[in-house]
Design a protein. Structure first.
Length: 217
């Protein structure tokens, strides 16, 4: 299982295997959707679950979206990045509204890292979100001998005992079992089909889980 350096990120292509790519220049953020509580990091005193969101294969599917939902942008932000990266045209601005409607605190969990706030968020109408800072290979390779995805241990540590949802296209049953054994709170590891990206069915599953969790507190 390949571990990507913090200085690179995996980006889908039509083949459809992901690979590194440059997002290009940042664009000015439009007026954000109603996003009270975001922009200043996660408040550790808030009991709402975290919602870790990957970008490639989740918000940017490996296959082009139908033209009706491709490259529309939000509040005048063009779907492309102005530097010839066509993959950003696959972002669906409706995903921003759907993610903000979830009863959890959104966190970027992607190799895009801070570029997710500068490049992806404006096109989805999302505010600035907290970003998981991945450990370097030589800082933490505890995942490598376990068959786990390289994000799994880091995300569990980042959650710091809070319940969480993780939206990604690469997790397996091994990751689900490890989190169930090592994390003290409930967690939903939901795999998104990278060919289609995030769907309404995916978000309905997450919303139902969050509703059930919040209803038991």
């Amino acid at each position: 299982m390949h571990r990507v350096s913090k200085q690179r990120r995996d980006t889908p292509n039509p083949n459809p295997q992901p690979g590194p790519d440059n997002p290009g220049a940042e664009s000015a953020a439009p007026q954000m959707l109603n996003a009270s509580g975001y922009g200043s990091g996660v408040n550790a005193g808030v009991a709402r679950p975290l919602v870790f969101v990957d970008v490639d294969g989740v918000l940017i599917p490996f296959r082009p979206r139908p033209s009706a939902s491709r490259g529309r942008g939000v509040d005048g932000v063009d779907g492309g990045d102005g530097s010839g990266n066509p993959l950003l045209e696959r972002l669906d601005p409706d995903d921003g509204r759907r993610l903000l409607s979830l009863a959890g605190d959104l966190v970027w969990a992607s190799t895009w890292m801070e570029d997710a706030n500068g490049v992806v968020a404006p096109r989805l109408g999302l505010p600035t979100l907290p970003v998981v800072d991945w450990p370097d290979d030589d800082e933490d390779d505890s995942w490598s001998a376990t068959g786990l995805h390289w994000k799994t241990v880091a995300l569990t540590r980042w959650a710091a005992g809070r319940a969480f949802v993780w939206l990604d296209d690469e997790m397996t049953g091994a990751d689900q079992r490890w989190v169930a054994t090592h994390h003290p709170m409930p967690a939903l590891l939901h795999r998104v089909d990278p060919r289609s990206g995030l769907t309404e069915a995916d978000l309905a599953t997450v919303a139902e889980w969050l509703h059930g969790y919040n209803g038991t507190r």
